[in-house]
Design a binder for this molecule. Sequence first.
Ligand code: SAM
Length: 232
Amino acid sequence: MYTDSSEFYDLIYSFKDYQKESTNIVDIIKLRHPNCKSLLDIGCGTAEHHKYLKEAYTLDGIDLNPKFIEIAKTKNEHGNYWIADMRNFALNKNYDVILCLFSSIGYLKRLDDIVSALKCFAAHLNPNGMVIVEPWFTPVNYYPGRIGMLAYDKNEIKICRMTQSNLEDDLSVLDIQYLVGTPQQGLKHFSEKHELRLTSNAEMITAFKLAGFNVEFDENGLIGRGLYYAYL
Ligand SMILES: C[S@@+](CC[C@H](N)C(=O)[O-])C[C@H]1O[C@@H](n2cnc3c(N)ncnc32)[C@H](O)[C@@H]1O
């Protein structure tokens, strides 16, 4: 998963419009849960959405990666951030809306892990609460063999990330190679392997139902990966 690349995450994803996404999330919540006051973001990463969402809501987050949690804490001074596994966590606190964005749920490799996570989400919802999940690709819209490249190019640091998307059974296996260069430290190369489950729409809906939710799917969502809206 994210190991050596953690400190570069915000640079690598600086092309992503977190502000616009956050505005869209606020619009969705206003429409679907107008009384919402509190949010929990699961797999919050470096909490880039929180820079914008914190204007509208109280906001906490959990993530498996301690480096991300350290970065997250710097972006929302009033939020609580915990290192926790979404498959099994207990915060002693409940929320009006639970978010799980940018395919964080894809990192769960088995369908029963997804069901366990969704049951944990359910246990942290206030009455009439709602869950918003942005999924990873499905077996239908994933293209194995594809090579992706992304470059971040500033005087003080340059990053090149190349990814090959492979397929192993029901997992997308991403071979990611990074080159990072700074004038002080020269060039550094490292690689990561990311494994994300290719869960079909039907399997996701079954998982939500097994966790006790009624669910709707918006196939466009924030960035074309879709969004699940789930209610108990
Ligand atoms: C693509 S990043 C998305 C981060 C953030 N939501 C965003 O929009 O930038 C996926 C995140 O899921 C986290 N993650 C993966 N498996 C997890 C698990 N079992 N429990 C909690 N977080 C997990 C990773 O550490 C990573 O921060």
